[in-house]
Design a protein around this ligand. Structure first.
Ligand SMILES: [Zn+2]
Length: 562
């Protein structure tokens, strides 16, 4: 032990001397990480064994012998024990507060059968006897015979208090009889504009509330207090770090929640957040001035406002994503803007230097978003704004080259092709075979030369990155179904999936010069995994554990056994 310490001190001294001649290596590392298999993402030097950190940045990458030279007396030496290291994961699209709250609330995702779902409701109600309401999210239509639930199924599970459970896509609510009574949703109640109270053959409400009718019950659910939100957010930030994330992109937020996020990140500095504000439909001079103030105020590498996010259309399952051709069973969805309105708003933001993120899922919605971006650049003479289409689920094949040509980012979600029952029994049949083949076509997007940034849309899907990588690479569920994967021609290599969750997501926030790869001078954001995801069979990727997450040189998560 003594000899090792002496050796390190001597090496540090030698490095310090050598540093005088080679300024880029001046001084000693605060931490060195030796003996790993480090995927840097840097094409100049993709694989190394070790890296040195000083302050918040990478001092050097290289062989263990080279990096050991940079350690001195006070240097923290971490033995990577042959583990795989990657640049810190970046989630290009999530909802941090919604995701954080979902950790505490009743979640029905993955409860694919009626009995699994009812068990989960019963368990949660039993575990939370003091909750005034039973609220939750995530049920899928496929769990119910006929595709919709009923209050008569919920009443036996929750009879002593109101219950209100929202579908996984957020478009349908399921209330018990007590909640309907409190909301005065009776047979006499009228459907609100843009909403439907589903009724049985006798005209009695069934407990299902569609779209705007959800608010009849939803508005009675007690609102969270700021300290409750903050508590959830702290938990969410810790969870996200444990999944190996060092940066996330917040897809839309209002001012009040932004303030809360800022306070919480000051108290729990374990994550970098790139923020898209909610896009205003009429970006007047006043609106732009107010949003610009927020952009100037939140401009650190921990919390940075740089984009606005709006919606062009809805979702496939509810047939609200805007399509050129009707869905199976009818309807084409409806864009929430005319092209002219969208062009005007996008051009105003583009001119003011904003990156614009547009949720667009249907082929028509995506086409409208691309058109608005192209026209804004032309009208304003701007370039390099890196505007983004969020989700890009069902693009026309002919529109894919427009992403590269216009420098528009395809911001997709790695778990969206997850082939569970909802996907195979509802999503795919709603599209029909021709459109299903070009849906969630990650490989085709890459092949068209677009920059593709991966995210999760947490809480719609988990933000656990190894699950996302596994899905993009295998196109199967964790159980391995369907055999060979859904639309297997769209499988990505592990390296491509990693790049979309690191370098490309960094590019999508104009930050690839600071992060997303590991090279001298870049932020020391990286993750240590339990297995080499580039070498193992794809079906084992899902079992990968995150052992260590490092943000700006500091540990934000460390597994007990590492
Ligand atoms: Zn989203």
């Amino acid at each position: 032990m003594t000899s090792r310490v002496t050796l390190l001190a001597a090496a540090g001294f030698a490095a310090a001397l050598a540093g005088a001649a080679a300024p880029e290596k001046t001084g000693t590392a605060d931490r060195v990480f030796l003996g790993g298999r480090v995927f840097t993402g840097d094409p100049a030097r993709p694989f190394v064994e070790a890296l040195a950190v000083r302050g918040a940045t990478v001092l050097a990458v290289g062989t263990s012998a080279e990096i050991r030279e940079l350690s001195g007396k006070g240097t923290d030496v971490v033995d990577l024990r042959g583990r795989f290291v990657a640049p810190g994961f970046i989630d290009g699209h999530l909802h941090l507060l919604g995701g954080s709250l979902s950790l505490e609330e009743l979640r029905l995702d993955d409860a694919e059968t009626f009995s699994a779902l009812t068990q989960r409701v019963r368990d949660w109600a039993a575990a939370h006897p003091d909750a005034h309401w039973v609220t939750g999210e995530g049920w899928s239509y496929a769990a119910f015979p006929g595709g919709l639930p009923s209050r008569l199924q919920l009443d036996p599970l929750v009879s002593n208090r109101p219950a209100f459970l929202v579908s996984y896509d957020g478009h349908t609510g399921w209330a018990n009889s007590m909640a309907l009574r409190l909301a005065s949703v009776t047979r006499e109640a009228q459907d609100p504009p843009g909403g439907t109270i589903v009724r049985d053959e006798k005209g009695e409400p069934t407990g299902v509330l569609k779209e705007n009718a959800m608010d009849l019950v939803g508005r009675l659910v007690p609102k969270l207090l700021p300290h409750e939100k903050e508590r959830a957010l702290r938990k969410g930030i810790a969870q996200v770090a444990a999944w190996g994330l060092t940066s996330v992109h917040q897809a839309g937020i209002g001012e009040e929640d932004l303030e809360l996020l800022s306070r919480t990140l000051d108290a729990v500095p374990r994550l970098r957040v790139y923020v898209a504000l909610d896009m205003e439909r009429e970006p007047t001079a006043d609106v732009l001035a107010r949003q610009d103030e927020l952009r100037r105020r939140f401009a650190s590498d921990r919390l940075r406002v740089g984009a606005v996010k709006g919606y062009v259309d809805g979702v496939v399952e509810a047939k609200t994503a805007a399509m050129f051709e009707p869905y199976v069973g009818g309807g084409t969805g409806l864009p929430s803007w005319t092209q002219e309105e969208l062009d005007r708003a996008v051009a105003a933001y583009d001119k003011a230097g904003w990156q614009v993120m547009l949720h667009a899922i249907g082929d028509r919605g995506i086409e409208m978003a691309l058109t608005a971006f192209e026209r804004a650049a032309r009208a304003n003479g701007t370039s390099g704004r890196r505007h983004r289409v969020e989700h890009v689920e069902v693009p026309r094949t002919a529109d894919l080259p427009r992403f590269k040509a216009a420098g528009v980012i395809a911001s997709t979600q790695a778990m969206f092709p997850y082939p569970n029952r909802n996907h195979l029994d509802v999503y795919v049949p709603t599209l029909g075979p021709e459109r299903a083949r070009r849906a969630l076509a990650f490989k085709a997007i890459d092949d068209a030369g677009a920059v593709q940034s991966f995210g999760s849309d947490w809480p719609v899907f988990t933000a656990e990155v190894v699950r996302g990588i596994a899905c993009a690479v295998t196109r199967t569920t964790v159980e391995g179904t369907p055999a060979g994967g859904w639309e297997p021609s769209q499988k990505l290599t592990v390296e491509a999936a990693l790049r979309h969750f690191t370098h490309d997501a960094a590019f999508a926030e104009h930050a690839e010069s600071q992060k997303g790869t590991l090279a001298p001078g870049k932020l020391a954001d990286f993750v240590v995994l339990s297995q080499d995801v580039l070498a193992i069979p794809p079906e084992r990727i899902k079992d990968t554990k995150v052992l260590l997450t490092v943000l700006g040189g500091q540990d934000t998560w460390r597994a007990k056994d590492f």
